[in-house]
Ligand binder design. Structure first.
Ligand SMILES: [Zn+2]
Length: 145
């Protein structure tokens, strides 16, 4: 199923940085906060948000590189947290095999689970670092690097 791509809706004011992160972490469009954002499936996405029509790419050809980096960071933090919690909870008799199996499961599933959030989070970080211009908010022009 392909998503509906609306005309770009003007955004009155750039979202605050905490709001951007909150939206990014919850897989929402960083621009407008829409739940579907630009996803048409867990792994399928389109160039523009289905609600506000703003692009996540913002003129950046290598946007996915940032999303992959966000995915790696989220997965590694989950690995660290898994190992830490299991070791602290079971010390001093740590079940090493169990910890390794749990860590392997997190390491294998993490990238798939975090796939959509990696994109929305990186979009939030991008909007945090490169604040949108008035013209970009109005949907008149795209951002430039
Ligand atoms: Zn949106």
């Amino acid at each position: 199923m392909s998503g509906h791509i609306p005309v770009i809706q003007p955004i009155d004011k750039a979202p605050s940085r905490p709001r951007l992160l909150a939206r990014g972490f919850t897989r929402r469009c960083a621009w407008c906060g829409d739940r579907k954002a630009y996803f048409t499936g867990w792994f399928q996405r389109q160039e523009r948000c289905q609600a506000c029509g703003h692009s996540y790419r913002r003129g950046d050809e290598a946007f996915e590189l940032g999303a992959v980096t966000a995915n790696i960071i989220l997965t590694f933090l989950s690995l660290l947290l898994t190992i830490l919690v299991l070791v602290v909870a079971t010390a001093p008799d740590v079940p090493v095999v169990g910890v390794v199996v749990a860590a392997a499961a997190v390491g294998l599933l993490g990238p798939a689970i975090f796939y959509p959030v990696s994109f929305t989070l990186w979009q939030a970080v991008d909007l945090w670092m490169r604040r949108p211009t008035e013209a970009e908010l109005a949907g008149i022009s795209d951002a430039t690097l």
